[in-house]
Write a protein that binds this ligand. Structure first.
Ligand SMILES: [Zn+2]
Length: 81
């Protein structure tokens, strides 16, 4: 039985074209003690060490599949707004 693949472009039509999804990552310097499921990573923009919430990120990908999703540390995310 073939499962029909979801068409991400079909979902896109419901969202505004210019909408860009930014996933906030807390900086390690601000949050020295992360939640147990957070993973250490680096901000792709400034390279500072931060935390990625994998469950939260998967959730965003599920909701906004096909959109431009960017991960940013909180400082870069606020600067780009
Ligand atoms: Zn950054």
């Amino acid at each position: 039985m073939n499962r029909e693949k979801q068409d991400p472009q079909g979902n896109d039509r419901m969202l505004r074209e210019e909408e860009r999804i930014i996933v906030f990552m807390p900086l390690q310097k601000n949050v020295p003690e992360p939640r147990s499921d957070w993973q250490p990573t680096a901000c792709p923009k400034c390279g500072q060490r931060c935390w990625l919430d994998p469950a939260g990120y998967e959730e965003v990908k599920k909701i906004y599949g096909g959109r431009a999703i960017q991960v940013r540390c909180t400082e870069c995310a606020l600067r780009e707004k």
